[in-house]
Design a protein around this ligand. Structure first.
Ligand SMILES: *Cc1c(COP(=O)(O)O)cnc(C)c1O
Length: 502
């Protein structure tokens, strides 16, 4: 069972423009009569530079491309911090219904009652899970939620007549935290992580001042460790007149067991596309609802959904609101998926999610530490849903880096973990095994890492050359990130040309 390897498909697939032959066509629609069809001359384009392909060529081209990809539907995706878990198909099906897809934000409220009910009930569920009082469902992602939260902090401080312009953020934080705080006009003050992997209280006391508007924190933090002093931290920040912001990207680790509202947080964002069953990226936009406590409700974006005597309406009259943060009312299909997911797992299921995710990660941790070259920084405290290992020893002994290990995993048909994050760990490899992964799948990683370590200590050059079994070898990441001054096809050619890979 454990020794099965799934290799990625490999095709020497050209760009679609390089396929096909002049005059070749797919489905033949009736000839369009340009002469009798009137459009303003400017929009009419008589010649379109489209590739000439038959239908089956198009189907095969894109099927081959899809097989050169890697995703959670092909195997585990232990990308720590991102919680890439399997998204049950039933939620996708419900969100694909016409009743979800065909509605429009400008429809009359009477016609949107079902949609409003879903939004209202989802909000109540998120309230129950987090201990907040109200949520906006508008923001499109975690980072967007952070910006919304920071704008709320800014407006709140302004209305209180407070001249506070600093947000405190730990050095283990996700890069979006300081970016969001800075975008909202705050100065970012960094605090450090102690030797136990938790925020250092002395560092916090040194950073706090009358200028402190708030503190942004992830709990469990990005090392996968529960912040043991969170109550004390909340007390210190509140005493200074600041607000506590909870980055909910790691809610997976405590779902159904502990609530940010009970830890003293005033504002939270949740990543529905991480914890609550919406695919990231290619599956469409995500959702980053923001919840607040008490009076902060007045600052939430408009509109909120309210229920009155069994019917639902949007509430626009909210004079102290920061305004809309997005067109429409959010990523509605993602909200539907989260609602369906929560209905299907219930509160017991929610506890099981964090329980099994934590068990899986700790099983992996126990076994991986038996492998030469991998160590656990910040020892002493149990990990929750994710763990950050270091390949520093491996690198010192053999020259093989965390990046090389990740590339070698690709040859095993395994998706690599997050690398080089958080930045407080040298040669970081951040693994997250979600509740849907089996023991056998985790064992495959252990087996692969054992082999990679053995090879690194005997023939490191093999690992440094990997991957060898994938469609493309090591991409030139600088070229891949090249600004859009170059066409995509030119960039692709350069990447391919530079690497000499298929
Ligand atoms: C993913 C993540 C974010 C940002 O969320 P997006 O939905 O990707 O914008 C913020 N903080 C942490 C810890 C994350 O893992």
């Amino acid at each position: 069972m454990g020794n099965r390897t799934y290799r990625q498909s490999r095709y020497d697939e050209p760009l679609v423009f390089e396929l096909g032959k002049e005059g070749r066509r797919g489905a033949s629609l009736p000839r369009f009569d340009w002469e009798s069809f009137e459009l303003p001359e400017k929009i009419v384009r008589r010649t379109l530079d489209l590739p000439s392909l038959s239908e089956v060529e198009v189907v095969r081209h894109f099927t081959r491309l899809s097989q050169m990809n890697w995703g959670v539907d092909l195997g585990p995706y232990p990308l720590g911090s991102c919680t890439m878990k399997y998204n049950p198909r039933i939620n996708e099906e419900i969100a694909a219904e016409d009743s979800v897809q065909m509605i429009h934000p400008r429809q009359r409220e009477e016609e949107l009652q079902g949609a409003l009910e879903v939004m209202h009930k989802l909000e109540r569920m998120l309230v129950a899970l987090t201990g907040m009082d109200r949520f906006t469902l508008q923001p499109a992602a975690g980072a967007h939620g952070e910006l919304t939260g920071c704008l709320i902090i800014r407006k709140c401080m302004k209305e209180r007549g407070e001249d506070k312009n600093e947000i405190i953020i730990p050095d283990s934080a996700h890069g979006t935290n300081p970016a969001s705080a800075a975008m909202a006009g705050f100065t970012v003050i960094e605090v450090t992580t102690g030797s136990d992997g938790c925020l250092d209280l002395e560092s916090l006391k040194g950073a706090i001042s009358r200028r402190t508007a708030g503190l942004m924190m992830t709990n469990p933090n990005t090392l996968g460790i529960f912040e043991k002093d969170v109550i004390e931290i909340s007390r210190i920040v509140h005493e200074a007149g600041g607000l506590m912001y909870y980055d909910g990207a790691n809610l997976q680790g405590i779902l159904g067991r502990a609530r940010p509202g009970d830890m003293g947080f005033d504002i939270v964002h949740l990543n529905l596309h991480k914890t609550f069953s919406t695919p990231h990226g290619g599956g469409g936009p995500g959702a980053g609802p923001v919840g607040v406590k008490g009076d902060l409700e007045e600052y939430l974006p408009v509109p909120l959904v309210v229920e009155e005597g069994g019917s639902y309406r949007f509430e626009w009259e909210r004079p102290r609101s920061i305004g809309m943060v997005r067109g429409g009312y959010g990523t509605f299909p993602a909200l539907v998926k989260a609602y369906a997911y929560l209905l299907s797992i219930g509160s017991k299921g929610a506890r099981m999610v964090s329980g099994i995710a934590t068990l899986n990660t700790n099983y992996f941790l126990k076994r991986v530490l038996e492998i030469r070259g991998f160590t656990l920084p910040f020892q002493g405290r149990t990990r929750k849903h994710e763990v950050v290992l270091s390949a520093k020893v491996l690198k010192e002994d053999t020259g093989v880096t965390a990046m090389d290990v990740s590339k070698a995993l690709l040859d095993w048909g395994l998706h690599p973990p997050t690398v080089y994050f958080p930045q407080i760990v040298e040669e970081a490899l951040m693994f997250e095994f979600t509740e849907t992964e089996t023991k056998e799948n985790i064992d495959r990683y252990i087996e692969a890492l054992e082999e990679i370590s053995k090879t690194a200590y005997t023939k490191p050059e093999i690992i440094k050359r990997s991957p060898n079994n994938t469609s493309v070898k090591r991409l030139d990441e600088v070229w891949a990130n090249h600004p859009r001054t170059m066409s995509l096809s030119r960039r692709m050619r350069l990447i391919k040309g530079d690497q000499g890979a298929g």
